[in-house]
Design a protein around this ligand. Structure first.
Ligand SMILES: *Cc1c(COP(=O)(O)O)cnc(C)c1O
Length: 379
């Protein structure tokens, strides 16, 4: 038996909808399926306005353009995240001020943020790791106090909640990913959510190469022209057709993923109680969306040994982000603050194989081998 770390799930409707898009004669951006996807997300989650993008990295770049991020501006970002969270602002010449994460879970530690804020600070970007909500009341209160914008990098967080509010609906702007490793996929894909209405009009313009083309197609103006900076951030309607097929199976996908997550959690509990590692610690204000299943070891060696052991059994379990403040690109630009929880979590976190089509028998195979590894250890 061979267990990959991830396996993209196809509902079977993707090719039909792609064919429909092709038959419609319009496969560039902002077509029929793009509009269907926007409507779906706006209705289901109450997002003020949605714009599909070619990926989440693009959506993050759009947030930097919308906030007019300039050279010298400072953006606070957790050091434990994907590079795109930071790159979007680096591309505009901003300085990234990396924050540490919580000991309890790999989310930005809101209690450490206030001393990082100064008159150059423009925004705080939060990442809801594994779809677990950050403490958004605290983040929004801090942002209000210092007149900062909040961006939710919600790449992991579709269908996850904070105090019954959908993640992605709380910050001024939010971004999602439909990369093949996420819950709902389109190969590559993403979405910008605009909750703060002051950004709606300009977001559409930036999305359409800096032109007011969207308003033109709605008949609001009689010719379209170049009015602002922008790029081609919108995906082909072929991508949206793929995504729409996924959305039709969304409930089913989530149900299955949550069942897989719960099986891991229950099976790992005895080992966690013996102190071999820590399980995900979901705060009361958050709701799990089963984006991934991770465990955190006390020390890095044990993690490395388990990765090796599982690999020999053809099971792929993987670590995650490397600390961005220590990366070759940023280490000389960082202000030198130690971010010990980020470093420790990066060394000690392990993600187990997790995908829709993970069969019970396959999951048992993973679980049994993890148990065997620790039985050998305690001998
Ligand atoms: C996946 C991911 C991204 C980037 O998504 P793309 O769609 O690949 O650009 C950004 N941030 C986080 C936290 C992610 O997990």
């Amino acid at each position: 038996m061979k267990i990959p770390f991830n396996k993209p799930y196809l509902t079977g409707k993707e090719t039909k909808y792609i064919q429909d898009a092709i038959n419609s004669g319009k496969i560039s951006g902002n077509g029929l399926f793009t509009k269907k996807c926007h409507k779906y997300f706006e209705e289901r989650y109450g997002f003020n306005k949605c714009l599909l993008t070619s990926n989440c990295s693009n959506a993050l770049e759009m947030t930097a353009l919308l906030l007019d991020v300039q050279q010298g501006d400072e953006i606070i970002i957790p050091a434990f995240t994907f590079v795109s969270t930071a790159n979007a602002f680096i591309l505009r010449g901003a300085k990234i001020v990396f924050a540490d994460i919580e000991k309890e879970r790999p989310n930005i530690d809101v209690t450490t943020l206030e001393p990082l804020i100064n008159e150059k600070t423009k925004a705080i970007v939060v990442v809801h790791y594994a779809g677990m909500a950050c403490d958004m009341d605290a983040v929004m209160a801090l942002a209000k106090k210092y007149s900062l914008y909040v961006i939710e990098d919600a790449a992991h967080s579709l269908d996850a909640y904070y105090k019954n509010r959908p993640l992605g609906s709380i910050g001024h702007l939010s971004t999602f990913s439909f990369h093949e490793t996420k819950n709902i996929i389109s190969g590559e894909g993403g979405m910008l959510v605009i909750n703060d209405a002051q950004f709606c009009e300009r977001a559409e313009i930036i999305w359409e190469k800096g032109t007011n083309r969207s308003a033109f197609f709605r008949g609001e103006i009689d010719k379209y022209t170049w009015v602002d900076v922008g790029s081609s951030f919108l995906p082909s309607d072929i991508i949206a057709a793929f995504l729409y097929a996924q959305l039709e199976s969304f409930e089913n996908i989530q149900k299955k993923r949550i069942a897989i997550w719960n099986r891991y959690f229950n099976a790992m509990q005895p080992l966690a109680q013996q102190g071999f590692f820590n399980l995900p610690n979901i705060p009361d204000y958050a709701m799990n969306n089963a984006h991934m299943f991770y465990i955190i070891f006390e020390d890095a060696d044990l993690r490395t040994q388990l990765i090796q052991y599982l690999k020999q059994k053809h099971i792929l379990a993987v670590f995650h982000y490397l600390p961005l403040h220590l990366s070759p690109f940023y280490k000389d630009k960082h202000d030198g603050r130690l971010l010990p929880v980020t470093v420790n979590t990066s060394d000690c976190l392990l993600r187990l194989p997790f995908y829709y089509e993970l069969q019970e028998q396959e999951q048992n195979f993973v679980i049994e081998h993890i148990k065997m590894f620790f039985e050998d250890k305690s001998k």
